[in-house]
Design a protein around this ligand. Structure first.
Ligand code: AMP
Length: 287
């Protein structure tokens, strides 16, 4: 595996893009964990060349968020990515990505960027979309791999690729969880013993709501209540939102008739965690 910057990755991949099974791309912010590695493994199976990027993108962090403190360990990331057979670790510097300091051009994502997670993180999804389009233009992959863990991000990227005709296939990969259900995240690193235990209530609450839906509950309000009830028992946790939404638009659903995503965000001490589950009750009447 080679560690490359903007110029190298473009040059190195030139010959690899044409023909064959193409280039698979896994964009990350580093501090890799099993969730990232699952994306890399899938990319390895489906492509001739695999590029993993590590870039902590300050455009997607709010002023009061953890950009400065976000965990970083490039040497460890390189070892893990190489272990999964990645060909290139693309770790551009901020100067390479933003040579003039600020980007004058931004990708606007409209309403999907303002709802659910977007209400709490104004500008976040525009920052994500902008850096992803820039990374796609540099790497020019055939396929790019994203986790369901960040379901709204996935929906935003699909919208951007669709709206702007970006020539990349977006591949969604299931959320990888710890043994107790907690979705893997680089931010779990911030959690100590008690807050780590409190965090495990989040997937339990989501799974309970999914069970209710599969048992016949169709009212989004009841599913949200179910999540709230489960989390009320956990004093170390402060729920910011729980929403039942359409998985593509992230618009609220009131009565479930087919696919839906239950998404939440919560603060565990000072660590902000997000999680979600997908449900599909089909289109028929409740079982
Ligand atoms: P991040 O480094 O957090 O920006 O994540 C990079 C990519 O890995 C995104 O597409 C995430 O959705 C995905 N990802 C992060 N955590 C998980 C997880 N637990 N399971 C599956 N994918 C994940």
């Amino acid at each position: 595996m080679r560690l490359v910057g903007v110029r190298d990755v473009a040059l190195e991949l030139g010959a690899d893009r044409a023909g064959g099974r193409g280039v698979g791309f896994v964009p990350t912010m580093g501090f890799l964990h099993e969730g990232h590695l699952a994306l890399i493994r899938r990319a390895r199976r489906e492509n001739d060349r695999v590029v993993v990027s590590v870039f902590v993108n300050r455009l997607q962090f709010g002023a009061s968020e953890d950009f400065e403190h976000y965990p970083r360990d490039l040497a460890r990331d390189a070892e893990l990515a190489a272990g999964e057979g990645a060909d290139y670790l693309f770790a551009p510097s901020a100067e390479e990505m933003y040579p003039r300091g600020e980007l004058a051009t931004r990708v606007e994502v409209g309403r999907i960027g303002e709802v659910v997670e977007g209400r709490f993180r104004p500008g976040h999804f525009s920052g994500v979309a902008t850096v992803c389009v820039k990374l796609f233009n540099i790497v020019r992959p055939r396929r790019a791999y994203f986790g369901q863990k960040d379901a709204q991000q996935l929906a935003v990227i699909r919208q951007v690729v669709d709206d702007l005709g970006v020539p990349v296939e977006i591949v969604a990969c299931p959320t990888v969880r710890e043994a107790d259900g907690l979705a893997m995240s680089s931010r779990n690193h911030y959690l100590d013993g008690p807050s780590r235990r409190a965090a495990a209530a989040l997937p339990r609450a989501l799974f309970a709501a999914r069970e209710q839906a599969l048992a016949g509950e169709r009212a989004a309000k009841a599913l949200r209540e179910c999540v709230r009830r489960c989390l009320a028992e956990e004093p170390g946790l402060r729920l910011q939102y729980v929403e039942v939404v359409d998985p593509d638009s992230f618009e609220p659903i009131h009565t479930i008739g087919g696919r839906a995503t239950i998404a939440l965000a919560a603060l565990v001490e000072t660590t902000r965690l997000i999680d979600n589950v997908d449900i599909d009750v089909g289109t028929g009447p409740p079982a």
